[in-house]
Design a protein around this ligand. Structure first.
Ligand code: NAP
Length: 289
């Protein structure tokens, strides 16, 4: 239950923020940048801003038209990098095709990179040095910890190798330390015998964006199944005309799995809780300087 686990993280953060405020310190400030009018991006950013409000963080949403130039966006990021009142900077992806996400992400000051996408953040993650962990894998780590799920010595299969989910997840699971020490197989669209690989998994992390891809025949009895997928699927019976589907066929897999996350209500809320934790951390680090 990612919703409940996220709530307990938010409750703890709320107390931490109240303590900062009572000590006369500034509360964490997250700035989110949204370019264009992509429906899913709007929803994600709105949820992040709402979560900030819930725990007592300051948040600012900067919106730009789809036609904004990379130069103008970079200028904004440089201003935010230099603003001592800003602790975390988040650029909601994807960006329009004429803007290089790489160039924009690389411009964010790593000390404010609360999404954990900057190359130096990723480098530190790979080396096992303290850093911001990308929000979705971090949220999954927190969820595993919440349910006291042992990963050491287990075989974890991660489906998907993206820079924001699959790859950092595989690094964390294979790293030494809590929610790590697993033997990890990372799969992608070229993987042969994927079903067979999955059947040997104690833990499956499905992050490929293909609704219902992981079926019961691919899952070992008692396995832990974490569903990262979020895909909008047309559904005329719903008021908004679509439903959100995960990468796992929940009904059949839940009959076999030891633990399973639902979609929605699993990894999604944990991703937001992890982003809040990173932002709090960024603010706390600033105070230690
Ligand atoms: P992505 O960048 O599109 O990457 C998808 C990965 O899945 C790629 O590595 C791709 O392999 C692999 N893949 C695709 N089809 C496959 C197949 N048939 N068999 C094996 N591997 C396959 O996606 P992403 O950004 O990582 O996101 C994945 C999903 O998670 C999406 O549904 C996204 O919306 C969701 N998501 C959820 C959250 C959350 O908070 N819950 C956060 C982020 C993303 P190749 O590399 O070979 O192409």
């Amino acid at each position: 239950d990612g919703k409940a686990a996220a709530q307990s993280i938010k409750d703890a953060l709320k107390l931490d923020v109240a303590q900062l405020a009572s000590n006369g310190r500034e509360v964490p400030h997250l700035v989110a940048i949204l370019v264009g009018t992509n429906g899913a991006s709007e929803t994600y950013v709105a949820a992040k801003v709402k979560a900030c409000e819930e725990v007592g963080f300051k948040s600012t949403l900067i919106r730009f038209e789809e036609s904004i130039t990379a130069f103008r966006l970079l200028e904004t990021i440089r201003e935010l990098n230099g603003d001592p009142d800003v602790d975390g900077i988040l650029v909601q992806l994807p960006l329009p095709a004429h803007i290089s996400s790489e160039e924009i992400i690389n411009a964010i000051d790593p000390s404010k990179d609360v999404d954990g996408f900057h190359p130096s953040t990723v480098g530190r993650l790979v080396l096992g040095q303290p850093t911001f962990i990308p929000a979705t894998p971090y949220g999954i780590q927190l969820l595993l910890a919440h349910y006291k799920i042992e990963t050491a010595g287990k075989h974890a299969v991660v489906i998907g190798r993206s820079n924001i989910v699959g790859r950092p997840m595989s690094i964390l699971l294979s790293a030494a330390g809590p929610q790590g020490n697993a033997t990890v197989t990372i799969c992608h669209s070229h993987t042969k015998n994927l079903a067979e690989v999955c059947r040997s998994a104690d833990i499956i992390i499905a992050a490929l964006g293909r609704p219902g891809f992981v079926t019961a025949d691919m899952v070992k009895e008692g396995a832990v199944v974490i569903d990262v997928g979020i895909t909008r699927v047309d559904d005329p019976t719903r008021k908004r005309g679509y439903r959100i589907a995960g990468d796992v066929a929940f009904d059949e897999v839940s009959a076999k799995a030891g633990f399973i996350t639902p979609v929605p209500g699993g990894v999604g809320p944990m991703t937001i809780a992890a982003l809040l934790k990173n932002t709090f951390h960024a603010c706390a680090l600033k105070h230690y300087d």
